[in-house]
Write a protein that binds this ligand. Sequence first.
Ligand SMILES: Cc1cc2nc3c(=O)[nH]c(=O)nc-3n(C[C@H](O)[C@H](O)[C@H](O)COP(=O)(O)OP(=O)(O)OC[C@H]3O[C@@H](n4cnc5c(N)ncnc54)[C@H](O)[C@@H]3O)c2cc1C
Length: 377
Amino acid sequence: MPTQPRHIVVLGGGALGISTAAHLTRKGVDVTVVTEAELASGASGRSLSWLNSAGERSQEYHDFRLAGIARYRELKAEHPDADWLDFGGGVYWGSGPEAARVRHDAEVAKDYSSRLLDPQALAEVTPGLNAAAVNSTAVFNPEEGWVSLPHLIEHLAGQITEAGGRIVTNARRCAVLTEDGRAVGVRTDAGEEIRGDAVVVACGPQTPEVIAELGVRIEDASPLSMLVISEPFEVPEDVVLNTPRAAVRPNPGSTIAIDHDWYEDQIVTNEDGTYDIPRETVDELVAEAARLYAGQPEIRAAGWKIGLKPIPGDGEPVFGELEAVPGCYTVFTHSGATLALIGGELVANELVDGAKEEMLAQFRPERFAVTAAAAAT
Ligand SMILES: Cc1cc2nc3c(=O)[nH]c(=O)nc-3n(C[C@H](O)[C@H](O)[C@H](O)COP(=O)(O)OP(=O)(O)OC[C@H]3O[C@@H](n4cnc5c(N)ncnc54)[C@H](O)[C@@H]3O)c2cc1C
């Protein structure tokens, strides 16, 4: 790639693509974002987007996520009135009595801010919760927060267009355009070619499929998932909740967002590629969420979205230029809400400054090629 790329094409209008494009424009690069439908129509439009590094993971992934949270804190300090980003902490309890302790021990070992509380002590910290629903010790992580990604995307998209960048929506399914083995742009479904000095593929759960067309394999473990948004009600507590039957976060407009995984096998894929789930399942999930709050408020679902949740085969993020296709940069990750700001920043640094970011060293796409080669021998 030329040392100072003048024009970069970003494929994918989710949190990662838009953040990368916004960071590129801050570095003076001319950017075109091209995306299938509207902005935030993919995983970013139906994400729990809990900002965290809770539980167990590699030290490198943990450090990456902590840097991600720190970037959101900076954003919140710049925009204290943003009602789509907040840091009210996170609460976790599991189905067995030991789950919280095991998680807490792993967190403390990494110096992650974590308190192990019995239900009574938890009630003092989070009086808006229904103490009777907490049947074991719980972990309270006071530094955690949440973001509404559609709002973040709107915020960053405004910066891109203000800086003269272009955002092409409803381009339908696009492919990476190559010449002599190098990525030189994208081809839209209608056959239009949008050329640039480099291409960033940030297609969420579709990333492995887009990259496979270039002959590069990235293992994919993306499951189907659902996010429910409630109707407005007086939300009694502003923590993010991770509990055995419902994960919940506050959402703008006095609403909450709810997800979990116990109903994944009830999702039906229709012939036209759309998804359905029984209405009773949605209502059951909402009822599980209502049980978590003091006074057990009456909560109704205003809407729900179903689709793939991006998860690489080994669970770790994928960030890097493809060695096999110079000029093609790939971004594919599970915790993409937590990583959106830091990820976009580091990708933009690598693309513009040419130097490899140490924080991404562990997450290169080539690790899957190595796995595939080992499996073949
Ligand atoms: C239910 C759920 C809960 C989650 N919870 C959390 C959480 O608590 N914390 C956390 O950090 N993360 C969480 N995540 C993950 C996080 O939301 C995602 O990692 C992140 O939103 C991915 O952003 P993205 O930009 O990579 O992909 P997306 O948001 O999917 O954006 C990709 C875009 O590319 C477009 N596209 C795809 N293929 C093509 C193509 N060929 N041509 C043109 N356009 C294309 C799509 O239409 C889409 O708009 C969750 C995700 C889900 C679904």
